[in-house]
Design a protein around this ligand. Structure first.
Ligand code: HEM
Length: 125
């Protein structure tokens, strides 16, 4: 078994993002949403944006410039329960890659952002 990452760096953020989206694309619920929204040749660009996003969230790098709420408003087919699927997958990925204390930091941030995103998109749920 390979050892778990014990630091959050640009490089380990990349591994997490790559691994999470590889799973998300295969996921029976989330996969079709991503497939419809992101063409195969646009994936490198999406992943690059997500490296910047998680680097900003976890390392305060300020690399991400964007507006996730407006972006997700344009994503077809998203329903409130999918946030649960997304979080489960993200948390499992973080736990497989990082030592527990760091996996928990990713999880805490992801939950908070997912909650505010879900509230912005579906205020009545
Ligand atoms: C129901 C769960 C979710 C689905 C199905 C989903 C799907 C997507 C899709 C398809 C895109 C690409 C849209 C495009 O470029 O046209 C996207 C972008 C993005 N997603 Fe999600 N997402 C979900 C939840 C989340 C959560 C919980 C987070 C953060 C913790 C997140 C963070 C982002 C960010 C930062 C972007 C890039 C926004 C930008 O364009 O700057 N997503 N998402």
């Amino acid at each position: 078994m390979t050892s778990l990452f014990n630091a959050v760096t640009e490089a380990t953020v990349r591994v997490l993002v790559d691994s999470f989206y590889a799973r998300a694309r295969r996921d029976p619920t989330l996969g079709p949403i991503f497939a419809a929204a992101i063409a195969d040749d646009a994936w490198p660009q999406h992943l690059k944006r997500m490296y910047a996003f998680w680097s900003s969230v976890m390392l305060n790098s300020g690399r991400y410039k964007g507006d996730p709420v407006s972006t997700h408003r344009r994503v077809a087919g998203v329903e409130p329960p999918m946030f649960g699927n997304w979080l489960e997958l993200f948390e499992a990925t973080a736990a497989e890659l990082f030592v527990p204390a760091l996996a928990m930091q990713f999880t805490a941030k992801a939950r908070r952002i997912a909650e505010s995103l879900q509230f912005a998109l579906f205020p009545c749920t």
